[in-house]
Design a protein around this ligand. Structure first.
Ligand code: NDP
Length: 466
């Protein structure tokens, strides 16, 4: 008789947990998975997928406007929030069903329950009160939006605010919304709500949103937000939020009180390790509560692994899936494989979007590269007839010595689709001369990548400046 109930117990049915459980089961392991909420995790249920559906919804208004330049007369425009929510919920339910079906088809037992550690090999399923044992345990519990505003204390009234979790289920579209933060979620939702007709103010504590992104992309986004009359309050933080009647009143460090219908916090996410009792299994947590792992996603307990957002490495679905595949290769296929966190492309789905892969100028210089930068700003062909003053920005950061393309940064329509393809070339070590030798696909925006012949400027790393 087997010593343990299962070979592998996976805690969390998100992108990472689902992929790891399926692949491990398909390699012959006896696998169980616990998910206390809905299969699919943040990405499917309250993240990437519903967000992208909201992004599409939010962009029709501009498209109706643009259509007029092409001779279309668009009649009365009306947006119905409950229809969007109902259709989004239907699609999410469909996807959730697919996730569940695929996991079950692979032979994984799903427990719809909250799992906590009782000892290093024993999991307690809280609702059922059942104990199960496993030889190997994988923690893939993800993360959740934090409400911990303010640098020194928790801001009073944080409980009156929504986060992205609630934004997907609001009963009605807020007329006026304040969004705190300057990262992915804040920027995406600012554009979503603005596009749907709300009056949006983005409240960001720093000088310019999207810290760590390419400076030109950040500037292009700021200019585009200004053109769209999307209000940005910089150097601004909430000091308190109060409910007065039906409205919320948010006080800021600038001494202002702003009245609105909703305040949304998009100030980062915290790992889901609270109440998991990982201490009972000898699993060490880091400063932010994240699970500390080595290069093989192994925790301080040798038979327990962790992948995805709960490890606070790179918080992106495809990265969690990649980590899951590496875990399965390492543990079930006998090939120790570390996840590769280099050259991970990502996009911020603003309107228009921005996307990036590889090094920014600053990163490349910091790593000692002398760089040549190729930049192009232009009005997309489509907007020559719409009257919309929209500009796209393409940028390549190239190692001056080898000619290798180190980074590609794009702001504009289709940026994410283009960067995904450029990421393949950059991963293969493409040089600027390879980009130059590639024949353009005309007329597209993407052809800019292979037609930027004139270097915009060069820079040398600080230490080599005499
Ligand atoms: P981010 O880490 O991207 O941004 C957090 C923002 O909140 C930053 O602007 C930060 O400011 C600000 N902030 C942090 N703490 C405070 C505070 N105490 N008071 C006020 N402001 C604060 O987090 P998100 O929640 O936006 O996204 C989480 C992760 O999810 C992302 O890192 C990304 O990996 C992933 N994601 C990816 C998406 C995509 O691929 N399109 C979409 C959504 C999320 P500062 O810059 O000053 O530190």
């Amino acid at each position: 008789m087997a010593k343990f109930d299962y070979d592998l117990f996976v805690i969390g049915g998100g992108s990472g947990g689902v992929r790891a459980s399926r692949m491990a089961a398909m390699s012959g392991a006896r696998v169980a998975l616990a998910e206390e909420y809905r299969m699919g995790g943040t990405c499917v249920i309250r993240g990437c997928i519903p967000k992208k559906l909201f992004v599409y919804a939010s962009q029709f208004g501009e498209e109706f406007h643009d259509a007029e330049g092409y001779g279309w007369s668009v009649g009365e425009r009306r947006f119905d929030w409950p229809t969007l929510i109902a259709n989004k919920d239907k699609e999410i339910a469909r996807l959730e069903g697919l996730y569940r079906k695929n996991v079950e088809a692979a032979g994984v037992t799903i427990f719809g329950d909250r799992a906590v550690f009782e000892d290093p090999h024993t999991i307690l399923l809280l609702n059922e009160g059942r104990r199960v044992t496993a030889q190997t345990i994988l923690i893939a519990t993800g993360n959740r939006p934090t409400r911990e505003m303010g640098t020194t204390h928790i801001v009073p009234g944080a409980d009156l605010c929504i986060t992205s979790d609630e934004a997907f289920h609001l009963e009605k579209l807020p007329g006026r919304i304040l969004i705190a933060g300057g990262g992915y979620v804040a920027l995406e939702f600012a554009h979503i709500f603005h596009g749907l007709g709300a009056a949006v103010s983005l409240v960001y504590r720093g000088e310019k949103p999207l810290r760590g992104f390419d400076e030109d992309l950040r500037d292009a986004l700021m200019a585009s937000m200004a053109r769209r009359k999307l209000n940005i309050l910089l150097g601004c933080e909430f000091t308190g939020i109060e409910k007065r009647g039906r409205c919320l009143h948010a006080e800021t460090n600038k001494g202002a009180t702003i009245e609105c219908d909703q305040v949304m916090l998009a100030i980062g996410r915290a790992p889901n390790t609270m109440a998991l009792h990982v201490d009972k299994a000898g699993v060490r947590l880091g400063r932010k509560g994240e699970i500390v792992v080595n290069e093989y996603s192994r925790t301080s307990a040798p038979h327990i692994y962790a992948i995805g957002d709960v490890t606070d490495r790179i918080q992106l679905t495809p990265v969690a899936i990649h980590e899951a595949m590496c875990f399965v290769k390492t543990v079930y296929e006998g090939v120790p494989t570390s996840p590769d966190h280099d050259l991970v492309p990502s996009a911020v789905f603003t309107t228009p979007e921005l996307a990036t892969v590889g090094m920014t100028e600053m990163k490349a210089l910091g790593l000692g590269h002398s760089i040549d930068v190729y930049k192009s700003t232009f009005k997309p062909l489509k907007h020559t007839m719409t009257g919309t003053d929209e500009r796209s920005l393409f940028k390549l950061v190239v190692d001056a010595k080898s000619g290798r393309v180190l980074g590609c940064h794009i702001f504009g329509w289709g940026a994410a689709e283009i960067v995904q393809a450029a990421a393949i070339a950059i991963r293969m070590g493409a040089k600027k001369s390879d980009f130059d030798a590639t024949i353009a696909l005309h007329p597209t925006a993407a052809e800019e990548l292979v037609t930027m012949r004139m270097k915009s400027y060069s820079k040398a790393p600080p230490e080599s400046v005499s």
